[in-house]
Write a protein that binds this ligand. Sequence first.
Ligand code: SF4
Length: 400
Amino acid sequence: MVVRRLTRSVRAGPVVIGGSAPVSIQSMTSTYTYDIDATVAQINQLARAGADIVRVAVPERRDTEALRHILPQVAVPIVADVHFHFERAMEAVEAGVHKIRLNPGNIQDRQEVDRVIRACRERRIPIRVGVNEGGIVERRDKQQRAAEKAELRRDYHGRLIDIMVRKLEEYLLIFDENDFDDVVISAKSIDPTIVIDAYSEISRRFDYPLHLGVTHAGPKETGCIRSVVALGTLLANGIGDTVRISYASDPVLEVEDAKEMLCCLGLRARNEPELIACPTCGRIEIDLIRLVREVRGRLAGIRVPVKVAVMGCVVNGPGEAEGADVAVFAGRGKGIIYVQGEQTRTVSEAEMLEALYEESLKFAQRVERGEASLTRGGVTIAPPDPLPRADGSVPLPVVA
Ligand code: SF4
């Protein structure tokens, strides 16, 4: 069980970040924010997928103007992502956003930063302060920039974390001087090992809630590994209050993977079926990979966390599927379906998808009616008789 490190808490609209609040999932729209309809549609899509908070970029005035029309049409808190122009932060605050993401290092004037902080303080809007790898090296002071670059050349990993912590101290002082502590911290890097070490160090030094992320993680296929290695390690050690997985892909995939990561760590209750499947091997006699893909899609409408196992044979399948509420063990062109350890049906390969769906749905409905409870690992599945004989006959009775 993960024991979470206790942080302060802030509130982005109805969502609490930090303290004892559940780890929240964030994502970011990929639309132009000024395209109101497209942005509203994507925010709502992300919310349906499980996002608790959604961030939008506001590079131009027309983006902050669009916020007034977007906010009434969405049900999740919105974060305005501000870079360089403090005016965009002020306009976003005026429009009613629930949180601001700001890097004090890329806003020219300290007084401008103070104005944003004051505006957020008046409305109790939290600010995420990022000391992310991409924007951490000094931009304005040429001498300091050269010194930091030289530091990084000596020991990139170690010095980068030092610079991140140093900048964070510098930024937090600004917030402190403005009597503002509704702060969330991020320290993202493209390198998962830096992410793990940077957040671990920051978590030792500060008790502000942490927004975890790997920046520029790449396409989903590799970005998923990169992100889950870093974020999963931190979360398993109790570090992290809100997460964003970022892919060069449809942001809905970010939310789906973040949700799965949190469910796997026991940090979020599952509210939909959990699918386990064997990896297949030389014993396989059906197209299990296709079946698994289809089962995943077919189960998507069920809103009960039924554990469903799709196993390729009766040799190891029953042992590995123990604890599944509904399981199918495939053989040559056939499958035996179990519901909580009881054999219910033997079906042909062509019928397997629908039969598994029907049994899963029936079981989920019984759970909803209080007539059955989820297994949660307590069921032993006795191996079925061998499937089918060489002459094609089926030794098990087919249950209609
Ligand atoms: S369940 Fe059977 S087919 Fe699947 S990997 Fe295990 S032994 Fe192979």
